[in-house]
Every structure is written in structure tokens, then in C-alpha cells.
Design a protein around this ligand. Structure first.
Ligand code: COA
Length: 220
């Protein structure tokens, strides 16, 4: 994931033992006796990666609990993002002096069913990837990039954002995306960023996306 982000973002990808590492008490409260094993493992790997990334910024021994909106609560002066999918987990963390929000997402490269396309993509976006039918990963790239947009929007604006509230443009050669928030959504979100940019990478089995928002991105 560090290939998609600037050097000042500390990125950690989970290794085998991270899925069974110890949690700090403030983190462990997010899990109960009823939590299924796969969820316990991904949550543990995410927190372990997050704390290791924080250590690289000089923040040691601090917990990363779960907030009311399910987002991680980052230690004072830091922000970040966690993603997990089958066989892959990563965390990215940065200092708030460098960045207002970081978003990362990883998805298995599966062919998304057509009925899902209409739920996550605007007609222009569907038309774009229907012209590229031989490259069947573009719906998954849209999905992943839009999850990044939500992970950037949520900590800054603090509200829900629907998949159809963002209009995505993809530059396949550069591996970059740009998401413009629909005007009607911006009208009820004063101060929200109108544009989110990020990068993506498509591997045979995995789609990864990442982006960040700096203070200057928020200046009107
Ligand atoms: C929250 C969401 C983005 C997570 O994405 P996902 O692909 O399902 O799962 P990922 O593994 O990539 O990410 C899960 C992590 O996201 C983080 N997360 C959850 N809610 C979050 C929020 N509101 N803001 C930021 N990060 C959040 C958590 O760290 C979570 O892992 P954890 O529970 O182990 O801590 C997704 O479940 C969701 O609700 N999407 C709908 C909203 C959306 O994407 N809109 C598109 C707008 S264009």
C-alpha cells in the first residue's frame, strides 16, 4: 500500500502473526464472545498494523479503539486508515500536521455482478467501464476508490456518504482517480471537500486504492 501514498504516511501490511497478536484493552472491547473468528483475526491484524505504523511516527503504546461510527479513533495528533480483505490487511497512519485524513482500501479482484454496478456507480461510470468489458476489474476499482472516498469524507465531515454521491473519473494509465461530490450532496455539507484524489493498483488477485486530504485541500 505504501506505493500509493507519500513517504510521510507510515504504512504497515499484516504478516501472519499479526492476525493473532495481543490487543490493548481499549481495543479488545470491540470484540465479544459472539465475534466470529474471521472478524477477530482481521480486527486484530488491523490494530497490530496500526500500532506498528504509529510507532514509526514515534507514537508508542497507544491504543486505537473503535469510535461510534465504527471508524478507528487515532491518538492525538495522528490520523489514519485500516483495510482488510481475505488474506490482506494494512494500516496507514500520518501526523495531523501533514494531513487531515488518510483513506486506504483493498478488495479481492472479483467480477462484481451487474446489479451491484447500479448500486455503486452513476450511469456515466457504468458507461465508462462497459466500454472496457475485456478489462473486467474496473467495477471493483470503482468500488474500492469510493470506499477510500468514504474513509476520507467520514472523519472530516462526520456524515454518511452514499456511493452515488461521488462521481469518479479514472485515469487508467496513471493509476489515478478523482471523485467529485455531487452538488446536491455538497449543499447540505458546508465546508466539505468537493474533490478527492487518489491512486489505485490492480494485481491479478487484489485491487488496492488510497488517498489523502491535506489542510490546503480544505481551503475554499
Ligand atoms: C466503512 C466501509 C467503507 C469499510 O469498507 P470495507 O471495504 O467494507 O472494509 P475495509 O476492510 O476496507 O475497512 C474496514 C475498516 O474501515 C474503517 N472504518 C469503518 N468505518 C469508518 C468510517 N466511518 N470512517 C473511516 N474508517 C472507517 C475501520 O477501521 C474498519 O476496520 P475495523 O472495523 O477492523 O476497525 C464500508 O463498510 C461502508 O460502510 N461503505 C459504505 C459507505 C461508502 O463507502 N460510501 C461511498 C461514498 S463515495
Amino acid at each position: 500500500m505504501d506505493d500509493l501514498l507519500p513517504k510521510w504516511v507510515a504504512v504497515e501490511v499484516a504478516a501472519h502473526d499479526d492476525y493473532t497478536a495481543a490487543l490493548l484493552p481499549e481495543e479488545a472491547v470491540a470484540l465479544t464472545d459472539r465475534t466470529v473468528e474471521s472478524r477477530r483475526r482481521e480486527y486484530t491484524a488491523g490494530r497490530t498494523c496500526a500500532r506498528r505504523a504509529l510507532e514509526r511516527l514515534g507514537v508508542r503504546g497507544r491504543a486505537v479503539p473503535t469510535g461510534g461510527n465504527r471508524a478507528p479513533v487515532w491518538p492525538h495528533g495522528t490520523t489514519g486508515s485500516i483495510t482488510h480483505t481475505a488474506g490482506y490487511c494494512a494500516a496507514a497512519v500520518a501526523r495531523r500536521s501533514d494531513v487531515r485524513a488518510v483513506g486506504i482500501d483493498a478488495e479481492r479482484r472479483t467480477v462484481l455482478p451487474a446489479n451491484l454496478h447500479r448500486m455503486i456507480c452513476l450511469p456515466e461510470e457504468i458507461a465508462w467501464f462497459e466500454q472496457r468489458r475485456d478489462e473486467d476489474w474496473w467495477p471493483a476499482v470503482h468500488f474500492s476508490a469510493k470506499e477510500v472516498v468514504y474513509k476520507l469524507w467520514s472523519p472530516i465531515v462526520g456524515t454518511w456518504l452514499d456511493f452515488l454521491d461521488a462521481r469518479l473519473t479514472i485515469d487508467p494509465e496513471a493509476g489515478e482517480f478523482e471523485a467529485r461530490i455531487e452538488p446536491k450532496r455538497l449543499a447540505d455539507s458546508p465546508g466539505a471537500p468537493s474533490v478527492f484524489r487518489g491512486r489505485f493498483h490492480v494485481a491479478p488477485d487484489l485491487v488496492r486504492s488510497a488517498g489523502y486530504i491535506t489542510a490546503s485541500d480544505l481551503t475554499p
